[in-house]
Design a protein around this ligand. Structure first.
Ligand code: PEP
Ligand code: MN
Length: 355
């Protein structure tokens, strides 16, 4: 069970779908907070304008939903937060007294847009969270934070929600923990929280990601919670129902802060990320090797082409040298790759021969 009172917990549905839905979730959080004094939902989140990849899907309830959020704030005493993606959104949030705002991942990608939003929030004390940009670009994330800080005197924090990569299986967005850790190192003065819901993309992956974020001394979480997730109008696969959310929080284990254990955990998580990337690249490499095997078969070419392999080895040894890698290690690795590539191609050729 979580013992840390200072951990920020922002929770609520992906989207505000109806007034009734918001009250159902808020009433649950009120009960949850009564039973979990050491770990409280501080801020009620819900998306009012939804950034959707394709038009024609649910795009949020807009200004109506801001009124519902203002009511939630009054009735249950929660602070409220929603995503803003334009100066107009910022103005409307200020008009309806929304307590906090966050800049979404797609918006952080555009310095022009962040600048315009910062101008709209100029001089306001409203706490603003900046989600990481969809691309793994630490400078862009830092820049978004700096643009808000330059004009807004209110507190600014960062939200790690993962990065869009060509292949991030099993996640919807690759966590790439080295980026939030890099931000933590460069900005120890601001809170950085993790949004495991948007990293995971599916419920089952959320607990392990949340525990990881806690182990890495993140300052809190933003979690999507819905009364009936399977019927949700957006992000149905990743929202937690009330029982799963309660279990998630109750099962979190707080490790000893500071010291070697945290530094080791940070490095281990980064190593895990790199192993994931290596395996994904290996999968892609072997698929291309198979495509090549098919062509060799069709054109009646030999499987082993020493001239080409010598070029591969020379090129890789040069790169390895410039990276300070041990050449015998790289040679072993290349031999291993080559043996597997030849085996796969021979398998294709033998299968075709039997057909
Ligand atoms: C959200 O929080 O619902 C959302 C759309 O976030 P992101 O910008 O991380 O995709
Ligand atoms: Mn969402």
């Amino acid at each position: 069970m979580v013992e840390n009172r200072k951990t920020t917990l922002i929770a609520g549905p992906c989207s505000a779908e109806s007034e009734k839905q918001l009250h159902q979730v808020a009433a649950f959080f009120q009960k949850f907070n009564q039973k979990h004094p050491t770990f409280q939902v501080d801020v009620f989140r819900s998306g009012v304008w939804k950034p959707r990849s394709r038009p024609g899907t649910f795009e949020g309830k807009g200004e109506d939903a801001l009124k519902w959020m203002a009511d939630i704030q009054k009735k249950y005493g929660f602070k409220t937060a929603t995503e803003i993606a334009s100066p107009k959104h910022a103005e409307l949030c200020l008009k309806y007294g929304i307590s906090q705002v966050w800049i979404g991942a797609r918006t952080t990608t555009s310095p022009f847009l962040i600048q315009e939003i910062a101008e709209a929030l100029k001089g306001c004390n409203i706490p603003t969270w900046v989600k990481n940009p969809i691309s793994p670009d630490l400078a862009l994330w830092q820049g978004g934070i700096e643009r808000i800080e330059a004009l807004c005197p209110g507190p600014v924090g960062a939200i790690h929600r993962g990065f869009s990569l060509y292949d991030c299986h099993p996640y919807r967005n690759a966590p790439l923990w080295e980026l939030p850790i890099g931000l933590k190192r460069s900005r120890p003065d601001i809170p950085i929280i993790c949004d495991p819901s948007h990293i995971a993309g599916k419920r089952s992956l959320i607990p392990a990601l949340t525990q990881k974020a806690l182990d890495l001394e993140m300052d809190g979480f933003m979690v999507e919670v819905h009364g009936n997730p399977t019927e949700a109008l957006s992000d149905a696969a990743q929202q937690l129902d009330f029982q799963d959310f309660t279990q998630l929080i109750e099962n979190l284990v707080v490790k000893k802060k500071g010291g070697n254990s945290i530094r080791m955990a940070q490095i281990r998580y980064m190593l895990d990320d790199i192993d994931d990337e290596i395996l994904q690249l290996l999968g892609r490499r072997m698929q291309l090797v198979k495509d090549l095997g098919q062509i060799k078969k069709e054109e009646n070419l030999s499987v082993l082409q020493m001239e080409r392999w010598n070029q591969v080895v020379d090129r890789c040894r040069n790169i390895a040298q410039s990276k300070g890698l041990e050449l015998s290690f790289v040679q072993d690795l290349l031999n291993c790759l080559h043996t597997e590539a030849i085996r796969l191609q021979q398998e294709i050729i033998d299968k075709e021969d039997q057909a």
